[in-house]
Structure formats: structure tokens, C-alpha cells
Write a protein that binds this ligand. Structure first.
Ligand code: BMA
Length: 834
């Protein structure tokens, strides 16, 4: 049926040929039936942004303003605009497409209610043929108060389904978010503000079609030795019977086809073979070549970019129990990454620039995977396009988290539409590696009094939803694995295997949530650690953005309001007393909290990588923040790198050497996560924290990507009381591959010298270089500047006579001058904190 020829003229229908769109985005009027308030609102956008712009509310992120603006989400809102349409605009079949309506709303066109929306994650395609007139039209959207609708549904439900405890911190009342399809974290979380935003995100267009419109284009890849077979499935919604021109173009090949459509959904599949394909690899393993696939249906054009890669997620019996790993193009690859939450609590601030900045910061620290967490949202198309481009694989949860959900038919039907649409929208992306049913919902079956009192009921309830999700993946995207939940031990295993580490994925929270010692990370040996984290305060310049000077105290009401994990600030401070001399002053305390956070996650990831190939993935909680807050993030709200993010670049170093204590011995293990074998030379020094260094070991190691190896062993007793290990490793050509250190005792036990660290700039504005030297050993030496950007390294250990050069890379296209850098440069280190 497929034939290669230039696009022929499509069969005539009464409607004007081709396809066109009338974009309805722009300025609307915001009103409320409950208030005398009128304000302009830009859509796509959200109500909080409009009220902020109209100075009707204070900045919700400042101080304790969250409480003062809570009325906004307890108010019904209406948005309305007039728009002009020409005769040509309406000459055909018309579809009003709204990508994301948040959330419960009535859509009214020229006074007629044309749709009821109730799912933020569903694209609504509303047939408005004959309802748009040439001339002036009025589009009006009336939003209900989502929390009230949720409550009513919960009250009406035949049995109680509790909502997550994460809603009850900071004196909030909580929202029955499990009864509405809206980002669960919109009602707050243990790192998130409760705004419950209202708005419309994504496209708002009237699509004019001659006879049919594109619904989706999905692509399955079948990899042969020297070719890839693409199976392109196009779903077309037709308003009438007839034939339309459907054409795909990829890799210089055109498949033009005249297809016959019948009213409703039509499905067409075309196959094309790409010979000698340029394969797509995750970050750090190769390039990310992308092939453009253009699809034209009667003049309606859509484009997708395809990365050709053979993706397998292996869950196989092995000598330990069952593996849990990713294989790309036949290569087993360790996943280095973190968990992603929505880029901002105010939806209008989630933009391509904001998202690219965060994703580039992930790529810059050797990450090759992010997990889109189940309490957030399915992200906009550009997010996945950027991940394809940057080589960032995606573990994609479906949007369910930490609580049970209804499983009545109406709910399941709505969710079926949601999941089906999302898979059809996203499955062509090379970056998407796995579909996961939810975040911690299996775990939550063991948390609530209600669920513990009637486990059979809640397990059955869970299974109805979860198994439906699995079937939809099987039907819609059979080449990708469906994983029931995170964490999970495997299919239909609803047991509470929280600390099981022989199969499946693991969430390890005992160090933060149960205040265990950092060494506890070495007591578990996960196959794939998909969550674990440690908090810190956000950086000083971010704290200054939401506090007055008098608020800058860890137990001030404002600092406690910007801590959403009950007892979190105390946990940070208490932990300091276990490892460090207590810091002098607020700024040093903030700095030390980030050193501590980095050390915790370093301890976990270095050890789990050293167990390779047992552990084949580590995704720490969390990479970003939704607003300025104390949290587990490695990037401040706004994207600035915290110390953890700098340390991530090191512990995710493809060729790494780490110290693993083993009784009275310290093992130095080499881990190679490149594609090639490597021969490295390791040099180990014992360094007196206040004085001299001495080389105590050297080793040559053949390091293969398949498993970690012991490079050398050291006796603890060989180290002096005030000595720590500093080790570095080079490639065969002598190139420095990395350096690391290890303190066998808590830092507070060492007499650190009062090092004088010197800093000098060189290189032009285009490539500024900061050189650091020190007269004594100095640890966690950190340079900060007030220019958006990052250094090639930071939180480094300086030894006398061993200078360190840091390149500075601007972020967000910031203009950099050496003077601006020099004027705002601050250099701190551990000894300075007390
Ligand atoms: C896990 C995550 C999140 C939470 C984090 C920190 O539960 O799934 O729900 O924010 O721990 O508590």
C-alpha cells in the first residue's frame, strides 16, 4: 500500500482544502462569581500569575505568604475572551483542542456549554463544527473549586481512601487529591508549597480540517544487524467517509498513501527500513543522532524526532535473585541520575528555558537518567525532545503517588483515556525507558490505618487500577517494559518488601527519615536504587529571596514554613552534631548543611556503584525544587548548583575510584562505566589534616565496564590519627581522570588546619578560569559567584602545592565578565565554618 511519490492533491471535499489553526492563546479576562475582582490573564497560564501581575496577591514564595494566598484556590474562577474568526477559518470541520485544562471546568463557546473537563492530564478535542461564527466569538471557561469537588467525591465514595500525610505538614488541612486527576503535589508535599493552581497550559487552538485530523503518530523500532525497521502507526480522527492523503517522510524516504477513512478513529500502519542506522546512546555512552519524521495529513503537518536505539529493561533470574538493569544497543549501562519533580509550583513559570537549564545541569554532571515522579505531571513535549537531544533516559511514572486511588468505572475510564493519550503522545521518544505504575502506592497500602485494617479491600482496589495500567502499556507500547510501582519487587507482588535488596527497585530512606548513620547505606545492596536522599538548606542567595534578615535563623517561622518535612530542620542540625564541628553563624550553617547532604549521597552512591554489577542504577531524591525551600534537591529553586550537584559530577564520574571500609581495611575500588576497557594508575596519599601528605600506595588497574574491581587495600592502622586518604587516578596517557578522598572518622574528629586559600582568575570573559591554591589541606573548598553558571568542579580538597583550576560555564545564556565574577567571588571551606 505504501508507495514513494511526491504529495498528490487530496480528494476534494466541500470544505476548503488543507488544514489551518486559529490560535486562541492570549489575553483573557479573569473574574470570579464570588468576587468583584477583574484582572487580565494570559493563557496558557495560571490564575496565581494573573493575580500577582495585577498585584492582587503578594509573592506566594516570600515569607509565609502561602497562607495569605490560600483563598485563591478556594475561589471559583472564570476566564473569558472574544476572538475573531474569518469565513476561511471556519470552512470545514472544527476541533477546539485544549492540551491541559487544570482542572474541573465547563467550557462555553458563544454561550453554549460544549465540554466538561476534569483531568489535567487529558487533551480535550471538542467538536465545534458549526459553532464558531465568522466574526466575533466568545470563549469562556468556568473553573470549579477543585478541592471542594475532591472532598465531595471522597465523601461520596463507598469506603474511605485517605490522602497522603505529605499534605498535613505546616498546619495545612490537606486535599483529597486522589479523587481528582491533577498533579498531586499541587496540594503541597514534603518539599512543596500548596497553591492548587488553576489554569490552562499548552495549546488552545481551533483546528480546521477538510475531513480528518491527526490524533497521534507512534513508532515502534525493530533492530536488525545493519538496519532498523520502523513501524509507524497513525491514528486519524475522521468527521466523514472519504479518502485523505497521508504522507510520512523520514531519512529521505517518502511514504505517500491515499487512505480511506470512516467517521471516528482510523488506524494506519506504514513500515520503513533505515539501513546502517546512526544509533542513539545515553549521555556518556555515545552520540544522540536524531532522525526527523514528518507526517502530513491533508495539509496538517506534525514532526517528531527519533533516536534509533534498541532498548531492553532486563528483569532476569540471576545468581543473586533477579537483575534489574537497562541494556541499550546490547550494552548493559548503569543508570546515573535523580528524581524529577515539576519545574515550578506556578505553572506559567515552567518554560522551555527553565526546563532546558535544569536538564543541561543534569547532563553536565554525567547523568543519563531522570525519573519523572508520580506525584507531579506528564511534562510538555519539549521536555522529552530535550531529553532525546541530551541523552537523558526517562523512568516515567504514571501520575499516582503515596496514596490509594478510587477504582470505580468512571475513574478508571478517565484514567484509561489519560494513559492512552500520554503513551501515544510520548512513546516515539528515544529517551523514554520505562513506564511505571506509580510512586510508592504499594508501600502506602501498609501506611494508613484504613488500609492496614482492610488490606484485602485496598489491595483489590489497587490491583484494579494497576493492572489496567499494565494492560494499556501492553496494548499501546508493547516494546517497553511496564513496572508496577516504585519501589516494587515484581509483578503482582504487593508485599511490603521495602528493604528487600535482591530484586526490583529500592527506595532507601532509613538515613534521612529514620536518622540512621551514613554508614547504613553500606548495609543495603540494592539492584537499582530509585530513591534515597538527604536534605540541606537552599543556598544563601535563595534564602535571601524569601526572608528578611531577621528571619535568617533555622527555627524562625519563615525558615520553618520553607521546610515541608516535619522536623526536617532539626534533622539537618542534629546530623551536623554527628559528623562536624558545629558551625558558627547562619551562613556557615547553610553551607555546612550542603556539605553534609553531599557527603550522605556520596557515601550511598560510591558504595552502591562499588557493588557493580549487582547495583545497576542510582537515582537520588531529588534534582530540582518547585519553589525556594529546604529539601533533598541538588539544584536550588532557579537552577543554581548546590554542593550536592557538584559532588554528583564526581560520584557519577564514568571512571571512578572509591573507598569502601571493610573492617580494619579500606578497599579502593575502581568502577568503569564507560563503553571501553581502561587501564588506570592510582596514587594514594595519607594526608595530615593540618600538615604534610605522604604517598602510601600506588596501583595499576585493568578496569572493565562489566564489574567493579579492587585497585588496592590499605590498613586503617597505617593511617595516623589526624590523617585522611587523598587518591587520584590517571589514564594510560597520564591524563588525570579523577581524584577523591576518604575520612575514616567523622570530620569533627580531625584537627583541620586554618588553611589560607588563594584564588586567582585567568582566561578571558569567554572562558574564565579560577585557580585555587592552599597552604594547608583544605576540604570542601567551594567557590560561589553571583552570576548564573557553574564551575567544572567544586567542593574540592586542596593540598599544599597542588593547585586546582576550575572553568566557569555560564547558565541561561548569562553574559559573563571576569570583573563580575571577581567582584562576587566567595571561597569557603569546612575549617572556615567554625
Ligand atoms: C519519597 C518520594 C516523595 C517524597 C520523598 C521524601 O516518598 O516518593 O514522595 O518527597 O520520599 O520524603
Amino acid at each position: 500500500m505504501a508507495k514513494t511519490k511526491t504529495a498528490a492533491e487530496p480528494a476534494k471535499s466541500s470544505a476548503a482544502p488543507g488544514y489551518s489553526e486559529l490560535n486562541l492563546a492570549g489575553q483573557f479576562q479573569l473574574t470570579s462569581p464570588k468576587l468583584k475582582l477583574k484582572a487580565p490573564i494570559t493563557l496558557p497560564g495560571d490564575v496565581h500569575t494573573a493575580l500577582l501581575d495585577a498585584k492582587e496577591i503578594p509573592d506566594p514564595y516570600f515569607g509565609q505568604n502561602e497562607v495569605d494566598v490560600m483563598w485563591v484556590n478556594k475561589t471559583p474562577w472564570t476566564v473569558e475572551r472574544k476572538f475573531e474568526a474569518s469565513a476561511a477559518d471556519i470552512d470545514g470541520y472544527l476541533t477546539l483542542t485544549l492540551d491541559n485544562v487544570d482542572t474541573i471546568a465547563t467550557v462555553i463557546l458563544n454561550g453554549e456549554a460544549i465540554a466538561e473537563t476534569q483531568n489535567q492530564f487529558i487533551r480535550y478535542d471538542i467538536d465545534v463544527t458549526g459553532k464558531v461564527k465568522a466574526g466575533t466569538n466568545t470563549l469562556r471557561i468556568e473553573f470549579a473549586v477543585t478541592r471542594d469537588v475532591a472532598k465531595a467525591r471522597s465523601d461520596a465514595h463507598p469506603f474511605p481512601i485517605p490522602f497522603t500525610y505529605n499534605y498535613l505538614s505546616n498546619g495545612l488541612e490537606g486535599v483529597h487529591m486522589n479523587f481528582v486527576r491533577k498533579a498531586a503535589c499541587h496540594a503541597g508535599w514534603d518539599w512543596g508549597i500548596c497553591l492548587m493552581p488553576t489554569g490552562v497550559y499548552g495549546r488552545m487552538v481551533i483546528r480546521r480540517s477538510r475531513m480528518a485530523r491527526q490524533e497521534s503518530v507512534t513508532v515502534e523500532q525493530a533492530h536488525g544487524k545493519k538496519s532498523v525497521e520502523l513501524s509507524i502507526t497513525t491514528r486519524v480522527f475522521a468527521f466523514a467517509e472519504g479518502s485523505v492523503e497521508l504522507m510520512h517522510e523520514v531519512d529521505g524516504q517518502k511514504l505517500a498513501d491515499k487512505v480511506v477513512v470512516r467517521p471516528g478513529e482510523n488506524v494506519f500502519t506504514h513500515n520503513v527500513t533505515i539501513k546502517n542506522p546512526k544509533l542513539w546512546w545515553p549521555n556518556g555512552q555515545g552520540e544522540q543522532p536524531l532522525y526527523e519524521l514528518w507526517t502530513t495529513l491533508d495539509g496538517e503537518v506534525s514532526k517528531r524526532k527519533l533516536g534509533l536505539r534498541k532498548l531492553e529493561w532486563l528483569v532476569e533470574k540471576d545468581e543473586i535473585d533477579h537483575s534489574f538493569k537497562v541494556r541499550i544497543n546490547g550494552r548493559d549501562i548503569s543508570m546515573f541520575g535523580a528524581n524529577w519533580i515539576p519545574a515550578d509550583a506556578i505553572p506559567s513559570r515552567i518554560t522551555p528555558d527553565t526546563v532546558r537549564d535544569l536538564l543541561e545541569s543534569a547532563q553536565a554532571v554525567n547523568m543519563n537518567m531522570l525519573r519523572i515522579w508520580g506525584g507531579g505531571q506528564y511534562e510538555p513535549d519539549y521536555f522529552y525532545e530535550m531529553c532525546d537531544e541530551l541523552g537523558i533516559l526517562i523512568w516515567h511514572d504514571f501520575m499516582f503517588a503515596c496514596m490509594s486511588y478510587p477504582s470505580d468505572r468512571a475513574f478508571l475510564a478517565d484514567v484509561r483515556t489519560e494513559i492512552t493519550q500520554q503513551i501515544r503522545r510520548l512513546s516515539h521518544h528515544a529517551s523514554i525507558a520505562l513506564w511505571c505504575g506509580d510512586n510508592e502506592v504499594i508501600g502506602s497500602l501498609h501506611w494508613y490505618p484504613e488500609t492496614k485494617a482492610a488490606p484485602e479491600r485496598y489491595v483489590a482496589n489497587y490491583d484494579r487500577l494497576n493492572s489496567m495500567l499494565g494492560y494499556i502499556v501492553e496494548d499501546e507500547d508493547p516494546t517497553r517494559r511496564f513496572w508496577p510501582s516504585s519501589p516494587s519487587l515484581g509483578y503482582m507482588d504487593y508485599s511490603d518488601g521495602w528493604l528487600m535488596d535482591t530484586r526490583g527497585d529500592t527506595h532507601y530512606w532509613s538515613v534521612w527519615h529514620s536518622a540512621r548513620d551514613f554508614s547504613a547505606y553500606r548495609e543495603v545492596n540494592p539492584r537499582f536504587a530509585s530513591e534515597f536522599g538527604f536534605q540541606s538548606f537552599t543556598s544563601m542567595n535563595v534564602i535571601e529571596s524569601f526572608t528578611k534578615p531577621e528571619d535568617r535563623n533555622p527555627t524562625s517561622p519563615v525558615m520553618e514554613a520553607h521546610q515541608r518535612n516535619t522536623g526536617g530542620n532539626s534533622r539537618i542540625l542534629e546530623t551536623m552534631t554527628r559528623y562536624f564541628r558545629f558551625p558558627a553563624g547562619f551562613e556557615n550553617m547553610v553551607f555546612l548543611s550542603q556539605i553534609q547532604q553531599g557527603l550522605a549521597i556520596k557515601t550511598a552512591i560510591e558504595y552502591w556503584r562499588s557493588t557493580k554489577p549487582r547495583c545497576m542504577g542510582t537515582l537520588y531524591w531529588q534534582i530540582n525544587d518547585v519553589y525556594p525551600v529546604a529539601s533533598w534537591s541538588s539544584l536550588d529553586y532557579g537552577g543554581q548548583w548546590k554542593l550536592l550537584h557538584y559532588m554528583a559530577k564526581r560520584f557519577y564520574n564514568p571512571i571512578n575510584v572509591v573507598a569502601v571500609p571493610d573492617g580494619d581495611t579500606i578497599l579502593l575500588k575502581a568502577i568503569n562505566d564507560t563503553a571501553e576497557k581502561a587501564e588506570i594508575a592510582v596514587e594514594v596519599q595519607a594526608v595530615d589534616a593540618n600538615g604534610k601528605a605522604r604517598v602510601i600506595a600506588t596501583a595499576k588497574v585493568k578496569s572493565n565496564p562489566d564489574k567493579a574491581v579492587v585497585a588496592t587495600k590499605l590498613k586503617l592502622a597505617d593511617l595516623g590519627a589526624n590523617e585522611f586518604l587523598f587518591f587520584s587516578w590517571t589514564a594510560e596517557d597520564g591524563k588525570l581522570l579523577g581524584e577523591n578522598d576518604y575520612f575514616p572518622k567523622a570530620y569533627k574528629a580531625y584537627e583541620l588546619g586554618e588553611a589560607k586559600v588563594k584564588a586567582s582568575w585567568s582566561g578571558g570573559d569567554k572562558a574564565p578560569v579560577l585557580t585555587l591554591t592552599s597552604d594547608k589541606p583544605a576540604v570542601f573548598v567551594t567557590a560561589t559567584v553571583d552570576v548564573p553558571g557553574y564551575f567544572s568542579d567544586n567542593a574540592v580538597t586542596l593540598l599544599p602545592g597542588r593547585e586546582v583550576k576550575l572553568n566557569f560555564t555560564p547558565r541561561k545564556g548569562a553574559a559573563v565578565t571576569k570583573d563580575a565574577l571577581a567582584n562576587s567571588l566567595k571561597v569557603g571551606h569546612l575549617r572556615q565554618t567554625y
